[in-house]
Design a protein around this ligand. Structure first.
Ligand code: GLU
Length: 349
C-alpha cells in the first residue's frame, strides 16, 4: 500500500497514475517512440496515459525488475521475492515531482555561465513529465556562482558579498530558466524562500497558496533560497535541504535530486572499489555513514550527506527520493530508460 504523502493527504496521485510497462521492460512516463527518436520523441500525453491499456496496479508499481539486484544496501536476498522498484516506475507514478538542480550541473565551469544547451534538454524532459500528467517544481541553485562571474569578483565567504552576488546572479539564473522554457511556451515563476518561510506555519501556508496558484496556472515554479536576505545563522545553506522543505510544502510524492554523481556509494566514489547502492529501503546509520565522507566539490555546496538528510526528511513525509546524475543531456529521459541512480523508499508510517 502506498504511504501517505506530505501534508497527510492520501496519495491519490500515486494510485491514479501508476506506471506502464513497455514491451522492452522499460516502464513509465515516456512513449516508447522516445527512445528511437534519441530522447526527443513524442511524449506520452495526458490522454494517452489515462487510456493506457496496460496500466498496472499500485501494488505492481512497488515491484518489477531491479536495475541492479546485487546492489541492495542491506545485502539481503529479500529482493528476489520482492523485486526493487525502478526509477521509471517512480517517475511514471508520481503526481507531483520536485526536481533539484545543483550549481555544478547548471553552470559551465569553463566560463561560469549557464549551460544553455543542457538546460534546454532538461526543460524538454520536464515538459514531457508534465504532459504525462505530473506537476513539476524546480529547485535551482546557481545564483551566487553566476553573481560572482557577472561582478567579476573572486568568490568570498563574506556575507554581504555573497548576498550581493546572489542578488545579481538570481536574475541571471531566472533568465536562463525562462529562456529554456520559452520554446515550450511555459512560464517560469521565481519563488525565493528562507528557512523561516518553511518553519513558520503562517509563512509556509502563504508559500503553499502561492505554489498552488502557480501550478494551477501551468507555470513552473523555480525555487531558490533567498540568499540576499538570509543570514548565516538563519540559512538552510544548501538546496538539498531546501528541496526537501519544498517537497513538504508542495505535498510532493517524488523528490529528484540531480547531481554530479549517480547516487550513493558505500564509500567515497573516487576511492577504488566503491560500490554503488541502487536501492535504500530505510535510511539507517549505515547509510548515513556511507554518505558521511563525501563532500561537494566544484561550485556546489551540498555533498552526499545533505542529500541523504533531504531523502530522510522527504521520506518521513511519505515522499520518495531519487539521487541521479544530471551530467548528460536529457537526464530525466535517461533515468526513465534505466540510468544508474539511488532510490530511497519513504519511511514506514
Ligand atoms: N542557493 C545558492 C545559490 O543559488 C546555492 C545553494 C546550493 O548550492 O545548494 O547560489
Amino acid at each position: 500500500m502506498h504511504k501517505r504523502s506530505a501534508r497527510g493527504r492520501p496519495d491519490a496521485g500515486l494510485d491514479a497514475a501508476c506506471g506502464t510497462q513497455a514491451g522492452d521492460g522499460r516502464t513509465g512516463i515516456f512513449h516508447p517512440d522516445c527512445a528511437r527518436a534519441g530522447h526527443r520523441g513524442r511524449p506520452l500525453d495526458r490522454e494517452s496515459l489515462a487510456g493506457w491499456p496496460h496500466r498496472r496496479s499500485p501494488a505492481d508499481c512497488e515491484t518489477g525488475a531491479p536495475a541492479d539486484p546485487s546492489s541492495r544496501a542491506d545485502g539481503t536476498r529479500e529482493h528476489l521475492k520482492n523485486p526493487e522498484p525502478t526509477a521509471a516506475q517512480w517517475l511514471g507514478s508520481a503526481a507531483r515531482i520536485v526536481v533539484k538542480i545543483g550549481s555544478s550541473l547548471l553552470i559551465d565551469p569553463a566560463n561560469r555561465t549557464p549551460r544553455a544547451g543542457w538546460l534546454a534538454g532538461l526543460a524538454r524532459d520536464l515538459v514531457d513529465l508534465r504532459e504525462a500528467g505530473a506537476t513539476v517544481i524546480v529547485v535551482s541553485s546557481g545564483a551566487v556562482a553566476l553573481g560572482w562571474q557577472r561582478l567579476g569578483m573572486p568568490r568570498s565567504t563574506q556575507l554581504d558579498r555573497r548576498q550581493a552576488a546572489a542578488a545579481i546572479g538570481q536574475s541571471l539564473l531566472m533568465n536562463a530558466w525562462a529562456a529554456a522554457f520559452a520554446e515550450h511556451d511555459v512560464a517560469v515563476a521565481q519563488l525565493l524562500l528562507t528557512l523561516q518561510d518553511s518553519e513558520s506555519r503562517e509563512r509556509s501556508a502563504n508559500a503553499q497558496a502561492t505554489l498552488a496558484v502557480l501550478l494551477e496556472a501551468g507555470a513552473v515554479p523555480v525555487v531558490n533560497e533567498n540568499d540576499s536576505v538570509a543570514t548565516e545563522e538563519l540559512k538552510l545553506g544548501d538546496n538539498d535541504r531546501l528541496s526537501a522543505r519544498v517537497a513538504e510544502l508542495a505535498g510532493a510524492d517524488l523528490l529528484l535530486l540531480l547531481s554530479d554523481v549517480d547516487g550513493l556509494y558505500d564509500r567515497d566514489p573516487r576511492e577504488a572499489g566503491a560500490r554503488h547502492v541502487g536501492y535504500v529501503s530505510s535510511i539507517d546509520e549505515d547509510i548515513v555513514a556511507m554518505a558521511g565522507g563525501t563532500q561537494a566539490h566544484g561550485v556546489g555546496t551540498g555533498g552526499m550527506a545533505t542529500k541523504i538528510a533531504a531523502a530522510r526528511h522527504a521520506g518521513a513525509l511519505g515522499c520518495r527520493t531519487i539521487i541521479a546524475s544530471g551530467r548528460e543531456d536529457h537526464p530525466i529521459h535517461r533515468l526513465a530508460e534505466g540510468a544508474r541512480a539511488t532510490l530511497f523508499a519513504p519511511a514506514d508510517p
